[in-house]
Design a protein around this ligand. Structure first.
Ligand SMILES: NC(=O)c1ccc[n+]([C@@H]2O[C@H](COP(=O)([O-])OP(=O)(O)OC[C@H]3O[C@@H](n4cnc5c(N)ncnc54)[C@H](O)[C@@H]3O)[C@@H](O)[C@H]2O)c1
Length: 422
C-alpha cells in the first residue's frame, strides 16, 4: 500500500452503471462520501427505482435515530438517476455493476471509454471475471481496475481492489485510497478467478448445494446449523438468496472456467434450475425461501426430545462437557459418577468419538431442544460399534474390524437415514 497516493477529490463526479443490488448501494456509498453521483441502468426506470430503494433504507436509519433527516437529505441530493449513458461523460470515476458477463461488460465499458476523458478511471465491480481479460479489450487498459464491493455495499466494509496485468499501479493505488476515504477497508489483490473472498467462499455454497442434492438435510436445517452452531451470520442458502442466484451461479461458473474446470468448483444443477425458473432469491421474491409477506415460515428439521433417561453415568473428567452434568441434574436425572476415561453413558447407549474428547449421546429434556438431526444420528450409531467393553472399541485394531459386516452396516444406515435426515 502506498500512503502517498491521494484519494479522488470530492469534486470528482462518480458514475455508477447498473442500479441493481450492488450498483444502487455503491452509488449511495460514493454520495455519502461527498461525491455527486450519477446512476444509469439499461432497464428503463431501474435507476430511479434503485435510488428509491436507497432512499427507503436511509429513511429507516432516520426512523431508528441513526441518521438525521438533514444527513439523509444531503446524501439523497447528491444521488441522481439518469436515463442515458451519454450523461456520464463528465465522470472522473465510472464503476460498472451490471450483469456478470464479460462480453456485456466490455461492450458497455467501451462505450463509456469513448465518452469520457483519458484520465477517467473505469472500475468494475465484477465478482469473479478476469480484470486482465476485460481491460485487454479496452483502448486504455491501464485505466481499468476492479473495485469489488460486498453486499450490502453501504454496510460491508471490505473492498477488493483488483489489479489486472495491464492495470497501472497509480490507478489501483488511487482506488485503494478512495475506498479508504469512503470509510471502507480496501485490500489489494491480483486478478485471479474469484479474487479472494469469492474464491474462498465457493465451497461454502458448493458443498451446501451438494448436501441438498444428496438429500442430507433441508436448506433451512443446514442454514440453522451453520448460523446457530457455526457462528455464521447467515447460512449458505439465505446468503445465496440475498446475493441472487443468477449472480451467484454466474460467479461459480466463471470461477469453474477460470480454474480450468476444476471439479471442486463445479456449478450446481439445483442452482441452475432456480436460475432457469427465475427463482432468484430476495430480488425476485422467491429462491430457497419464499419472501412473500404471507408466506409460511420455513423451519429447520426438528426432533421432539426422546424419553428422559432415569439416570446417567459420568465417567472421569468430561472437560468442557462437564457443564452438561448440571443440566442433567436440573432436569431431574440421577447422575452416577465413576472413574473412567471421560464419557457420559446413557443407561443403554453411549458414544465416544475416537478422535474428539468426551461427548454425550442422546438428548436431555433441558428446555433447549436440539434442532438438527446430528444428535439423533450419533445416538443411532452405536449398533455398528456395539460392544460390552467400550474401551475396546476405541482401539484402532477393533475399529478396523466392525461388529457389523459392511453389508449390514449399509442396510442399517439406509434404514435409519431417512428418519434421521428428514
Ligand atoms: N449480488 C451480490 O451479492 C454481488 C456482490 C458483489 C459483486 N457483485 C457483482 O456486481 C455486479 C452486479 O450484480 P447485482 O447483484 O447488482 O446484479 P443485479 O441483477 O441486481 O443488477 C444488475 C443491473 O444491471 C443492469 N444491467 C444489465 N445489463 C446492463 C447493461 N448492458 N447496461 C446497463 N445496465 C445493465 C440491470 O438492469 C440490473 O438493474 C455483477 O458483476 C456481480 O457479480 C454482486
Amino acid at each position: 500500500m502506498n500512503e502517498q497516493v491521494a484519494p479522488l477529490p470530492r469534486e470528482v463526479s462518480v458514475a455508477v452503471i447498473g442500479a441493481g443490488t450492488m450498483g444502487s448501494g455503491i452509488a449511495l456509498v460514493a454520495a455519502t462520501a461527498g461525491h455527486s453521483v450519477l446512476i444509469y441502468d439499461g432497464a428503463p426506470g431501474a435507476a430511479e427505482a434503485g435510488c428509491k430503494r436507497q432512499r427507503a433504507d436511509l429513511e429507516r436509519l432516520v426512523t431508528r435515530g441513526k441518521l438525521t433527516a438533514a444527513e439523509c437529505q444531503d446524501r439523497l441530493t447528491r444521488l441522481q438517476p439518469v436515463e442515458s449513458l451519454s450523461a456520464l461523460a463528465g465522470a472522473g470515476l465510472v464503476i460498472e455493476a451490471i450483469v456478470e458477463n464479460l462480453d456485456i461488460k466490455v461492450d458497455v465499458l467501451r462505450k463509456v471509454e469513448e465518452l469520457t476523458t483519458p484520465k477517467t478511471i473505469l472500475a468494475t465491480n465484477t465478482s469473479s471475471l478476469s480484470v486482465t481479460a476485460l481491460s485487454s479489450r479496452m483502448d486504455r487498459p491501464g485505466r481499468v481496475v476492479g473495485m469489488h464491493f460486498f453486499n450490502p455495499a453501504p454496510s460491508l466494509p471490505l473492498v477488493e481492489v483488483v489489479s489486472g496485468r495491464l492495470t497501472e499501479r497509480p490507478v489501483a493505488e488511487t482506488i485503494f485510497a478512495t475506498a479508504k476515504a469512503w470509510g471502507k477497508t480496501p485490500v489489494h489483490c491480483a486478478s485471479s478467478p474469484g479474487f479472494i473472498v469469492n474464491r474462498v467462499a465457493r465451497p461454502f455454497y458448493g458443498e451446501a448445494l451438494r448436501l441438498i442434492s444428496e438429500r442430507a438435510a433441508s436448506p433451512a436445517t443446514l442454514d440453522a446449523v451453520l448460523r446457530e452452531t457455526g457462528g455464521f451470520r447467515m447460512g449458505p442458502f439465505a446468503l445465496m438468496d440475498l446475493i441472487g442466484h443468477d449472480v451467484n451461479f454466474a460467479v461459480t461458473r466463471s470461477v469453474y472456467e477460470g480454474m480450468a474446470q476444476d471439479p471442486r468448483y463445479r456449478p450446481s444443477l439445483v442452482q441452475e434450475e432456480l436460475v432457469n425458473a427465475r427463482l432468484l432469491g430476495r430480488k425476485s421474491g422467491r429462491g430457497f425461501y419464499d419472501y412473500a409477506k404471507d408466506a409460511p415460515q420455513t423451519l429447520p428439521a426438528d426432533y421432539a426430545p426422546g424419553p428422559t433417561p432415569a439416570e446417567i453415568v459420568v465417567e472421569g473428567d468430561l472437560g468442557p462437557a462437564a457443564a452438561l452434568v448440571g443440566l442433567a441434574r436440573d432436569a431431574g436425572i440421577a447422575v452416577i459418577v465413576r472413574k473412567g476415561a471421560g464419557l457420559i453413558r446413557l443407561t443403554t447407549q453411549f458414544w465416544r468419538s475416537p478422535t474428539a474428547g468426551p461427548q454425550l449421546s442422546g438428548q436431555f429434556r433441558t428446555g433447549r431442544r436440539p434442532f438438527c438431526s446430528t444428535s439423533r444420528w450419533t445416538m443411532r450409531r452405536p449398533p455398528v460399534w456395539r460392544s460390552h467393553d467400550p474401551t475396546k472399541l476405541m482401539t484402532p485394531r477393533s475399529r478396523k474390524r466392525p461388529a457389523f459386516s459392511r453389508r449390514s452396516a449399509r442396510r442399517f444406515r439406509s434404514s435409519t437415514m431417512p428418519q434421521a435426515l428428514s
